[in-house]
Design a protein around this ligand. Structure first.
Ligand SMILES: [Fe+2]
Length: 350
């Protein structure tokens, strides 16, 4: 009869064996920790409050120039993660560009998004296309696209940067290149990606569809997203877990905005308390407007306008709008990575 073997060895002989293995850079798997039955993030649920972040961004703008800092960025780091990132695979950072400043042109393999928090009228140039930035707008600077930022207004421009740098670093796949000039020449037309792809369901037929996996649309104005959210909210539709939630899609495929990052915007009605669920993906949230709290893995994260909070992977969470106005949340996740690798799951509590 076949059965599991029951070998008992003297401890001294085992330790000698392990010592020998160590010297040969070999590790016995049976003493290297147990098997995890489900994902357990090192990251913890955490909220960064705008009332703390904004003064520090302004201070950074006084103390450090964009000559010295390639990007004047404050990284929000999760208290339990070794690297300086808000979540396991995605950073959530605050970037500030002061009146008259530019942040010079470069490109890199990590994909990036900008969600505008403050300032009206600065712009980002992506592969020669000039993209205006208004509060609540989402701007993409996808994988290996040239990008530079400029503030030609008389007030600070502050935005949330979301990038997949921790993922790309872990995969040891990162490239970076400086542009030959400080800024790219700006091509013809105002907001060209918006002009060509911003209507959804329609694309220019005189040129071939772009083959890049990221969205050819690089500007998603808040006005459009907000109008759609409010129209659907009036019809009282939506998800029991997220209220009225919309994904910013690649208009050519209906897929995520970028291969590694999915972006969402949601509306929670005054008094709404969502049901609890969890997914295999980490999510960073930015409160566009509203006040309330989220219960995340047993912790209460209180939030209001412009705060940022993080929900680690496979952590139960629910959202509560305690205010008298609708709450609008922007969020971005690494779900496309999990889905591409057949690792994605989600489940409701109970
Ligand atoms: Fe960059």
């Amino acid at each position: 009869m076949l059965q599991r073997s029951n070998i008992v060895s003297p401890e001294e002989e085992l330790q000698d064996f392990y010592e020998e293995l160590r010297a040969q850079h070999v590790t016995p798997a049976w003493i290297s920790g147990g098997v995890g039955v489900e994902p357990k993030s090192k990251a913890v649920p955490y909220v960064w409050h705008w009332c703390d972040l904004r003064p520090q961004a302004m201070r950074a703008a006084q103390l450090v120039g964009t000559e010295q800092a390639e990007r004047r960025v404050l990284r929000l780091h999760n208290p339990e993660l070794a690297g300086s990132s808000a979540s396991n695979t995605l950073v959530a950072n605050i970037q500030i560009v002061m009146p008259g400043e530019i942040a010079r042109a470069h490109r890199h393999s990590p994909s990036a998004l900008r969600f505008i928090i403050e300032g009206q009228g600065g712009y980002t140039v992506v592969n020669g296309s000039c993209i205006p930035m208004s509060p609540g707008d989402l701007v993409l600077t996808p994988n290996w696209t040239w990008h530079d930022h400029a503030n030609d207004t008389d007030a600070p421009m502050i935005w949330l940067d979301g990038l997949d740098t921790p993922l790309v670093r872990m995969l040891e796949a990162g490239f970076y290149e400086q542009y030959g000039e400080e800024a790219q020449p700006v091509g013809e037309g105002a907001d060209p990606s918006m002009a060509k792809y911003g209507a959804g369901g329609l694309r220019p037929a005189w040129e071939p569809a772009p083959t890049a996996r990221y969205s050819p649309l690089w500007h998603y104005p808040l006005s459009q997203a907000r109008a759609t959210l409010e129209r659907l909210a009036a019809e009282e539709v939506g998800s029991p877990f997220d209220g009225v939630i919309l994904e910013y899609t690649n208009p050519l495929t209906g897929g995520p905005a970028m291969p590694t990052i999915a972006c969402y915007i949601q509306l929670l009605q005054p008094g709404e308390h969502t049901q609890t669920h969890r997914q295999v993906c980490c999510t960073n949230y930015h409160v566009i407007a509203g006040s309330g709290y989220s219960l995340v893995g047993g912790r209460q994260l209180d939030w209001e306008d412009k705060d940022v909070f993080t929900v680690p992977t496979w952590t139960f969470h629910e959202h509560v709008n305690t205010g008298s106005r609708p709450a609008f949340l922007f969020s971005f996740t690494d779900a496309p990575v999990m889905k591409a690798l057949d690792l994605y799951r989600e489940e409701a509590q109970g």
